[in-house]
Design a protein around this ligand. Structure first.
Ligand SMILES: [Fe+2]
Length: 384
């Protein structure tokens, strides 16, 4: 990320910054990795520590299925009927100690505010539009947006009225960043990166609520949800600056890297967190060697689990996959194109597929409830 500033801030940090009535704005340094990572400084109307009441809501970590025989999995997320606000609608599907993955049908605005105290969140918008109101300002979202919300950011999601927003979400236990190899020693995105700073959107407006009253902030951390009742509006920031803030990147701004022969998955990489990467498969021209096979070769990703969320288009190497499908190809066994798909890809000029891939370096476990939307025959769909 790079430096941004919104609203009013004093010329020098850690100096007096007064409201028109002469009282002080309350300065908050919000930083990652102690004081060594990216950080921002915010100026609040009220002390961010002013909490009237706290309550334990309960456990939120999902329960995983018992170990079954190792197989490829296919989940049909369009079968999930659960709806609600951006927090209650979350259906966890897979996870491990590094991240939790699921989908949500967001049908109503959040009445409370929320923050994740364990790590950054990634919300990929499959369809729908609306806005994410945060303490750093408001981001509007639409289809194809990846919205990245840093650890500790207080926010709420407001979908546009009468429309459901379907999202794929990642709750990480680390920071989610652009890949290190795309950046130079100063942090700037390099020419070979498939996107650049111009494609990254920060908050568009900073709304400041100088308002007293009871406001709930739900904090997710340490395996539990906690309720904190503030006696002021949590979005009371007059101004901020720094490198830490929520941002959005649209998958259509990902410029695909193509070649004469099949390019490996790392060319699709978009983000990374601790022990996982996120890749974007976007419409692109196929390989241009006259005898190229555009479909992927069979491969053993022996050190990572490969999860794909299918957004739209006809995914070139698969049959029986629908929009909203999730496939998991686990480490330890090979996977690759379905029967006939390798031959069918030869001579093709382009693909219109759109998909998000999450590769994890530790095995992903299936959440118990996810079995209800599983296509159990998927493992055997390679049998000719
Ligand atoms: Fe793969």
């Amino acid at each position: 990320m790079y430096y941004r500033q919104m609203g009013k801030i004093p010329h020098k940090r850690h100096t007096t910054f007064r409201k028109p009535d002469g009282t002080l704005f309350r300065e908050q340094v919000m930083g990652t990795k102690g004081f060594s990572g990216t950080q921002s400084i915010l100026y609040h109307h009220y002390m961010p520590t002013e909490v009237a009441r706290t309550e334990l809501i309960g456990k939120y970590l999902p329960e995983y299925e018992d170990q079954e025989s190792l197989k490829h999995r296919h989940l049909l997320t369009d079968r999930i009927e659960k709806k609600g606000d951006a927090l209650k609608a979350r259906e966890y599907l897979l996870g491990n100690d590094d991240l939790l993955i699921g989908t949500a049908n967001i049908s109503e605005p959040m009445k409370s505010f929320y923050r994740n105290g364990d790590g950054d969140e990634m919300i990929y918008i499959h369809y729908g539009s609306g806005k994410v109101e945060t303490m750093f300002g408001t981001l509007t979202y639409g289809p194809g947006d990846y919205v990245i919300i840093p650890i500790g950011t207080i926010y709420r999601v407001i979908p546009d009225e009468h429309k459901t927003t379907k999202v794929l979400f990642v709750e990480s236990f680390s920071q989610i960043t652009t890949p290190r190899r795309y950046r130079n020693e100063y942090g700037q995105l390099l020419e070979h990166s498939p996107f650049c700073e111009r494609d990254i959107r920060g908050p568009e407006t900073l709304e400041t609520y100088d308002q007293k009253g009871e406001f709930e902030v739900i904090t997710k951390t340490r395996g539990y949800l906690h309720s904190h009742i503030l006696n002021h509006h949590p979005l009371d920031v007059e101004g901020w600056d720094g490198y830490l803030y929520p941002w959005a990147f649209n998958i259509e701004d990902f410029e695909p890297i193509t070649g004469r022969v099949h390019q490996p998955p790392p060319v699709h990489q978009t983000f990374e967190g601790h022990n996982f990467v996120v890749c974007s498969f976007v419409p692109r021209l196929y390989d241009y060697h006259p005898e190229a096979i555009p479909a992927p070769y069979y491969h053993s990703n022996v050190n990572s689990d490969e999860l794909l969320y299918y957004v739209e288009g006809n995914f070139m190497s698969r049959k029986g996959i629908k929009e909203g499908s999730i496939t998991l190809h686990p480490s330890g066994i090979p996977h690759g194109p379905h029967p006939g798909k390798t031959e069918a890809s030869i001579g093709k000029k382009e693909t219109l597929e759109l998909a998000v891939m999450i590769d994890t370096f530790k095995p992903l476990k299936l959440v118990k409830q996810a079995k209800a939307i599983e296509d159990e025959k998927y493992m055997y769909t390679w049998v000719e």
